[in-house]
Design a protein around this ligand. Structure first.
Ligand code: SAM
Ligand code: SF4
Length: 364
């Protein structure tokens, strides 16, 4: 088995291979730049937005059972979220992902999705997508397609109703499967996200891979990340994906697929199903060198890295004036502080989270 203790010094070693030439735009004063290039030469073109920290599930690796959510008065209105997202589109973001908490539980969320869809129509945005637990897809799938959404990620950790209920602390698998069916019927391309948990997921992988094969879905396995207090020891949950891959190769014929989406997934093709498996390995593999993304919380905090605490407050400049000059200046400053790599580590016996904030704050 791999040692789950990953020395921080090992991270961030491949920048020389990926650094791009910094365009002249970066010499322009703060607030006047058209692109977002960070100090390490990475072009930021992807914004993930947590539209709410609230959720109808309480997944054991994501939240504690008695989560305290943010006061609604702290949360950006849908109009404010639209304004910030549109500012990022103006600065070169080509892909927007709505996430949460559960994005579809936010009241009137489709107003925001529809409004953002105008950037797809104008050609300023390549993709508008979301990550969802699937609970409200029966209600919203067709409307999402109508707003221009073409692909979504759905989180699903087990096809066993009891285990699904255990891991989500009470959700009903049959309702989620109906939601997934509705999404498929509406024509959405679906990718399944599955968190790998020790002593839980081992028996889930093969049925999930087989089912995804039948459905025509790709699946991505995600290592648990030490974000936020979940009321227990995370090292008990940690299952390195290197071990998972070894386990899977006993049953499936896996071939490395060199497709790079610029994201953190490494892919393999599964000969028996014709689908792909992605592996997101923040702890055992450093994906920071190709990082093209930043994350906005529902209160307007911009996190330049999922695995670091530094953030920039965009709510104050947003509310300080009707124009976007201050907002652009704050974004330029923030991009100038994007760190080279995350500092995740899971140390056996240390149950303190590496970062105090939960995954529902930044949306993964
Ligand atoms: N509620 C939606 C969902 O579950 O898809 C969107 C938000 S959720 C925070 C986004 C993704 O983060 C999900 O795929 C979830 O499994 C994953 N996630 C949550 N907590 C995590 C953690 N501590 N480590 C790794 N992945 C986590
Ligand atoms: Fe909710 Fe998603 Fe977190 Fe599960 S992973 S509790 S569905 S936000």
């Amino acid at each position: 088995m791999s040692n789950p203790l990953i020395p921080i010094a090992k991270l961030g070693t491949t920048f020389a291979e990926t650094a791009v030439k910094v365009p002249a735009d970066m010499d322009k004063p703060l607030g006047t730049r058209n692109t977002m290039i960070d100090p390490h030469g990475r072009h930021v073109t992807y914004l993930r937005v947590s539209v709410t920290d609230r959720c109808d599930f309480r997944c054991v690796y994501c939240m504690s059972e008695d989560m305290t959510f943010l006061p609604k008065s702290d949360v950006l209105s849908l109009e404010e979220l639209d304004r910030v997202c549109s500012a990022f589109v103006a600065k070169g973001v080509r892909k927007l992902r709505l996430t949460g908490g559960e994005p579809l539980v936010r009241r009137n969320i489709m107003q925001l999705v529809r409004a953002l869809g105008r950037h797809l129509k104008s050609g300023d945005l390549d993709e508008l997508t979301l990550t969802t637990n699937g609970s409200l897809l029966e209600k919203y799938a067709a409307e999402l397609v109508d707003c221009g959404v073409r692909r979504i990620n759905i989180s699903l950790d087990s096809l066993n109703p009891e285990k699904f209920s255990t891991i989500t602390r009470g959700a009903d698998l049959s309702a989620i499967l109906k939601g997934i069916e509705a999404a498929k019927r509406a024509g959405l391309k679906i990718k399944i996200n599955t968190v790998a948990l020790k002593n839980f997921s081992e028996e889930e992988f093969n049925p999930l891979i087989a089912w995804c094969g039948e459905q025509g879905f790709d699946i991505t396995f995600i290592e648990t990340m030490p974000l936020g207090d979940i009321g227990g020891d995370r090292t008990d949950q940690y299952l390195p994906l290197s071990d998972v891959r070894e386990m899977l190769s006993n049953k499936w014929t896996l071939t490395d697929n060199d497709t790079s989406t610029g994201g953190p997934s490494r892919y393999v093709d599964v000969a028996e199903t014709g689908q792909r498996i992605g592996f997101i390995t923040p702890l055992t593999h450093n994906f920071c060198a190709t990082c093209n993304r930043v994350r906005l919380t529902c209160t307007g905090k911009l996190y330049m890295c999922l695995g670091q605490d530094d953030s920039a407050d965009l709510r104050s400049p947003l509310r300080a004036s009707e124009g976007d000059e201050l907002l652009f200046t704050t974004i330029d400053e923030a991009i100038g502080r994007k760190p080279k790599s995350h500092e995740f580590t899971i140390e056996p016996g240390n149950d303190a989270p590496a970062l105090a904030r939960h995954m529902n704050t930044t949306g993964g």
